[in-house]
Design a protein around this ligand. Sequence first.
Ligand code: CP
Length: 343
Amino acid sequence: MAATDLRGRDFITLMEFDREEVETILDTAHDIKRKWIRGEPHRLLEDKTLFMLFYNRSLRTRNSFEAGMTQLGGHAHFLEPDAVYTPALPGEEKAYSTERISDVARVLAEMGHGIAIRIYGKHTGWRYGKGNLLIREFARWSRVPVINMEDDMYHPCQALADLMVMQEKLGDLKGKKFVMSWAYSGSVEKPLAVPQSAIIGASFFGMDITLAHPKGLELDPKVLEFTKKNVVKNGGSFQIVHDMDAAFKDAVAVYPKAWTSQPTDGKTPMDPEKAKAIFEANKHWITTKDKMELTNDAIYMHCLPADRGMEVTDEVMDGPNSVIVEEAANRLHAQKGLMALIL
Ligand code: CP
């Protein structure tokens, strides 16, 4: 299949795409964004339907997909699991309240052109990888593309929007220092999907990636391994440090955000008490103006929602280097580009 022909592909993690394919999606997204700004028609998915199943709440993801489908000439249905017989993994169905994914996926696929799903956290019993398994079960049975709108491992649509904003603000990303840093939060219910997808995404573009976090908040070894190998393939570098100040030095893009490390065996649930203890010992991992001054005039990134006063100060969030609103807005353009190609 030619790199530019992405029709029919599922979009679950960027790890299943190569550099040329990721570039194709981003080029299409930038092109569609220019059309949107100029008010040029781009109804590339006329009369097509996307079914969106949300196990978790959302502001940006829901509205960017829904508005995006409308702007492309199609339509998106918002589905809440409880209102559609809560699709469950095989062996976990409860009579009268759940329906097998094999049935849900096959039926929806006959009525529309794509299925998008969000599931992480308490809906998986905080068992890492279970949300991803559910999405993969949908993909196994659906004959139309399945899109991951954030599971417990990956948030690939967010990664596309993050890459877009960096390309817009920094130009060619080759050799640019990108810092994905942990940040303090009062809540330990923070999935790994965003930081994992951010370093995966950056590893396609020759960036010098620094991952910073306190000890005990490691990312999934599979993601670290992929990132290490991908920077060898695509240029750039990857290092892990345990000091936020050291990480910020000379960075041109910083992305400080809370996450909770979890057992990756898929069986052991997150231990909130253990997570809480690590979080409370690291309250100083907050992005302040002083920390931003250590950087090389870096852009401040966040997927939102952010925990103001914990992850970051208002001064930085609302300061001149913050790109949070453009980053969120790029969710619309990134997903329009993606959907135009795969649907
Ligand atoms: N960044 C993001 O996915 O935002 P929502 O949770 O609002 O969709």
